[in-house]
Design a protein around this ligand. Structure first.
Ligand code: NDP
Ligand code: OXD
Length: 310
């Protein structure tokens, strides 16, 4: 018997997703009917986004799983009406985008690109950057995105240390975990990249105490989530020069309010949550594969641990 898949992502993205999801479901061999208007009691799977129409899962009485179009699931994990499996998005297209964004901003800092953009005034004073292998970078979070970024930076030669909740091994990357691992990673990091999920355990990972561990003038790149950073502490560290510059893509309140100090700060670059988008064609394949698995009685990929929050 076929299963019913309700698209409950952003309504304006339905025309994009409808043909891609249909093709992906066909190619995965999933016997599924896709619509954006199934009644809750007829729905087996929800293709979900936090900015879509479904917030209350109570009426979905035969639901088998919720398949998130977003990688970050902090908006859904606290929802107690969801008792069925929740899978987060791991999308090769999104990962590629994140690797490009993180690599670009890391190279901007490494090569002092801003200095050369502003120094077009006839000054011939040489300022030779170190090689990547002489530059210490810390990547906090070694999941689908953090590990891909850490690997790309290591492939460019950067001296990369990664930090995660559980112990890891990854060739060419020094992998640390636990509070002592965070202290060690930050104590040497000239550039810190945050790719942790937003959970109770990761809130304010960068705070006054941890920012003080960094070498003076370190740079911060945050494409993870706003609550990973204590904003007051970061602004103080930027004002004192302890942090040299920050590139921030995500914020506690989005859009970032017009009067927020980050907008006006000379040592902050704000980007509007664009580090990496879910790419509909590759994301549709990831969704279809999980529906195929659900129907075949195989374990879902990328299941969220509701207790851990990611
Ligand atoms: P994953 O779940 O694959 O990886 C999360 C990583 O964080 C894992 O390595 C995990 O450790 C680590 N972690 C979790 N909790 C802790 C903790 N308490 N202490 C130390 N490490 C911890 O997530 P993704 O890599 O797919 O995505 C990361 C985040 O990126 C998303 O949650 C989202 O917030 C953000 N994002 C931002 C986008 C943007 O455009 N700005 C786009 C997409 C995602 P372990 O490996 O041990 O489990
Ligand atoms: C995501 C995001 O979590 O875009 O997918 O931030």
């Amino acid at each position: 018997m076929s299963c019913n898949v309700l698209y409950a992502g952003r309504p304006d993205a339905w025309p994009t997703y409808e043909p891609l999801l249909r093709t992906a479901l066909d190619q995965a061999g999933a016997d599924a009917v896709l619509r954006n208007d199934f009644a809750p009691e007829d729905t087996d799977y929800i293709v979900y986004a936090p900015n879509g129409p479904v917030q209350d899962f109570t009426p979905f009485t035969r639901l088998k799983a919720v398949l998130s179009l977003w990688a970050g699931v902090e908006k859904i994990t606290p929802n107690t009406t969801l008792t069925q499996p929740l899978c987060r998005m791991v999308d090769p297209g999104l990962t590629e985008g994140m690797v490009e964004w993180v690599t670009g901003h890391t190279l901007r800092y490494h090569l002092s690109i801003d200095h050369w953009i502003t120094a077009q005034n006839g000054d011939w004073t040489p300022r030779v950057p170190p090689l990547a292998r002489e530059r210490k970078v810390a990547v906090l979070g070694l999941g689908a995105l953090g590990l891909a970024c850490a690997r790309a930076l290591a492939a460019l030669g950067f001296d990369v240390t990664g930090w995660s909740r559980s112990p890891k091994e990854a060739g060419g990357i020094t992998c640390l975990n636990g509070p002592a691992g965070l202290t060690e990673a930050l104590s040497m990091a000239e550039i810190v990249i945050l790719l942790l999920p937003d959970t109770p355990a990761t809130e304010n990972t960068l705070n006054a105490d941890t920012l003080a561990l960094l070498p003076k003038g370190a740079k911060i790149i945050n494409p993870g989530r706003g609550p990973l950073i204590d904003d007051t502490a970061l602004l103080a560290a930027l004002n004192s020069g302890q942090v040299g510059h920050a590139t921030l893509d995500v914020f506690r309140t989005e859009p970032l309010p017009a009067d927020h100090a980050y907008w006006a700060h000379p040592n902050v670059t704000v980007t509007p949550h664009i580090a990496a988008e879910t790419r509909p064609s590759t994301a549709s394949e990831a969704i279809a594969e999980n529906i195929r698995r659900g129907e075949a009685g195989e374990p879902f990929l990328h299941l969220v641990d509701r207790a851990l929050g990611y």
